[in-house]
Structures are given as structure tokens and as C-alpha cells.
Design a protein around this ligand. Structure first.
Ligand code: PDD
Length: 299
């Protein structure tokens, strides 16, 4: 398996970065995860637009143009003859002194690796997964902005640990104001009376590329799509709940476990497995991913 490291393709086991890289020392970096369908990375432009946004968010200068990065992604995918795969792109601050100050650091390290796509169990899609509304809150946009896809992931990791303890496959985080924010690695959608709702961006969540794509597909299909504040009560009384991200695509939720502050748990059944709206969107998504194969997608 070959990885792209600062312009060179090298065997993954020999790929290294400095132990003084602030990405390693302090989580000072940004990243993207892309899906490859039939040998072609999906929604590359959208992912790189978000990468640029993340870089701006932490004041990290791009080591090469977005066009060059898109070509590098393509190079890694081809070099590994990847067909159904996942691309991980990491851009870290680079080596520097043992101090937070990012200014003396550099040059940044750009690493792009690819791994085979491992599908989630089919039963997850047939029956839906269990999601836990955890007590860990999503970072305030005034502390560590969730709209920056940074390698400082401890907020999500703590939420993931709690969700596993609650027996769930994904954790859902609320904002400090008790509204729905997002999953640890996914965005959340609620279907109620035929309308599709998802938390408005407003800084409290990552602008998921899949989220945006699903909103677009749903609107094009004639659904009412509302980006708004979603209180926990609305989530619990939804007709259908589903999650989106690059590797899950559209993942139905069959049950919510709600962590209460005093340790008590509440279980809420949400619909029955794959609901009709979720299923419709699931297939629309699949078709759209297949449709891009064979089309030129670079900049
Ligand atoms: N994570 N919210 C968070 C916090 C995420 O980490 C992710 C993606 C998403 C969904 O974004 P997208 O639709 O662009 O994949 C939402 C990726 C999959 C990861 O961490 O590897």
C-alpha cells in the first residue's frame, strides 16, 4: 500500500512524520475522509472546499493548490488500484518547538493514504442502529469550532466512549443549549410528518459533505428540508432518524438511548428500522454516487 507523503508515494509502513509535529503533539492539524467508488473519489471538490475552510480556520497555509491536492488524491487511488476505498487526507502543522505557538512550525505535513472500504454490516441498514444521546456536549463554537475538521478529536472520542458504554453504535451530541448538534462522526437527520429536518449549521456542527449532498438530493426530489434548531424532544418523537457521513452514506437509527444527567437511561424506539423516507434517500444517494463514476470530477 502506497501513501502520499509531501509529494512522494512511499510504502505505508515506511511513511513517517516527525515526533515534533504539532499534529502529533497537540492535535494541531486538519483532515478529510473521502469515499472512492469504482476507482474514483466522490465529491472531491466539496471535500477540498471544506479542507480550505478548515485550514483558514486554524491559520494553516496550504502547502500546494487545491487542484494539486485533488491530483494527489487521484494519484494515490490509482497507484493502489483502489476501487471501493476510503481516502484519508491529513494536513498537520509540521514540526516545531514544545510549545503551543504554531508560528515557528513547519513545513506542514500532507499525508494521503487509502484503505479498502469495509462496509457496515447489512443488518445496520436493514434494521437500523442504536444511537445514544450522550452527556458529553459538542464543543462550543466559541472554544473549538466544530465547523473546522481538525485532528483535535477528543470531544468526539469522549462521546464515542460514552456511547459504547450505553451499547450504541454511534453517539449523538447536544449543544450546550440542549439542541441537537451532531454525531461523533456523522450528521443527524429527523423525519417528521414527511418533512426532513437537520440542525442548522450556525457553528455548532461540522458541515458534513454528505449532509449537504443529501439535503440537495432531498430538495430535488421534492421533500421539504428544514435546517433549524432541533430540541431533544423533537428527536425523540421523530417518525424516522438517520445519520449521514462519507462511509455510512445514509444510516437508519432504530432506537435512541438517552443518557440522563443522573445516570438513568431512557430508551426511545424510533420508527421501525429503515423508514420509507430514509430508504428513498438511501437509494437516491447510491444512484448519485454511481452516476458520478466515469465523469471527470477533478477541478
Ligand atoms: N467524519 N460530523 C463530524 C464530527 C465528523 O467527523 C464527520 C465525518 C461528519 C460527517 O461529514 P461527512 O459527511 O463530510 O463525512 C460530521 C469522517 C467520516 C471521519 O472522521 O473520518
Amino acid at each position: 500500500v502506497l501513501a502520499f507523503v509531501n509529494g512522494k508515494l512511499i510504502p505505508e509502513e515506511r511513511a513517517t512524520v516527525s515526533i515534533r509535529d504539532h499534529g502529533f503533539l497537540y492535535g494541531d492539524g486538519v483532515y478529510e475522509t473521502l469515499r472512492v467508488y469504482s476507482g474514483r473519489a466522490f465529491l472531491v471538490r466539496e471535500h477540498l472546499k471544506r479542507l480550505a475552510h478548515s485550514m483558514r480556520g486554524i491559520g494553516l497555509k496550504p502547502p500546494m493548490s487545491l487542484e494539486k491536492i485533488a491530483q494527489a488524491i487521484d494519484r494515490v487511488v490509482r497507484a493502489n488500484r483502489a476501487e471501493e476505498a476510503v481516502v484519508r487526507l491529513t494536513l498537520s502543522r509540521g514540526p516545531g518547538p514544545y510549545a503551543f505557538d504554531p508560528f515557528p512550525c513547519g513545513p506542514p505535513n500532507l499525508v494521503i493514504s487509502v484503505r479498502p472500504f469495509e462496509p457496515y454490516p447489512i443488518s445496520f441498514y436493514q434494521r437500523g442502529i442504536v444511537a445514544a444521546v450522550v452527556s458529553v456536549r459538542r464543543n462550543s463554537p466559541r472554544s473549538l469550532p466544530p465547523h473546522v475538521k481538525s485532528t483535535s478529536c477528543l470531544n468526539g472520542i469522549l462521546a464515542k466512549v460514552e456511547s459504547k458504554r450505553l451499547g450504541a453504535q454511534e453517539g449523538i451530541m447536544l449543544t450546550l443549549e440542549d439542541n441537537l448538534a451532531e454525531g461523533t462522526v456523522s450528521n443527524v437527520f429527523v423525519v417528521k410528518k414527511g418533512a426532513i429536518m437537520t440542525p442548522a449549521l450556525e457553528g455548532h456542527l461540522l458541515a458534513g459533505v454528505t449532509r449537504e449532498w443529501v439535503c440537495r438530493l432531498a430538495r430535488r426530489a421534492g421533500y421539504r428540508v428544514l435546517e433549524r434548531k432541533i430540541p431533544l424532544g423533537l428527536l425523540a418523537s421523530a417518525d424516522e432518524v438517520f445519520l449521514t457521513n462519507t462511509t455510512m452514506e445514509i444510516m437508519p437509527v432504530r432506537r435512541l438511548v438517552v443518557a440522563a444527567s443522573r445516570g438513568a437511561r431512557r430508551r426511545v424506539e424510533v420508527g421501525t428500522g429503515m423508514g420509507p423516507v430514509t430508504e428513498d434517500l438511501f437509494w437516491r444517494f447510491r444512484l448519485s454516487a454511481e452516476a458520478q463514476v466515469g465523469k471527470e470530477q477533478l477541478f
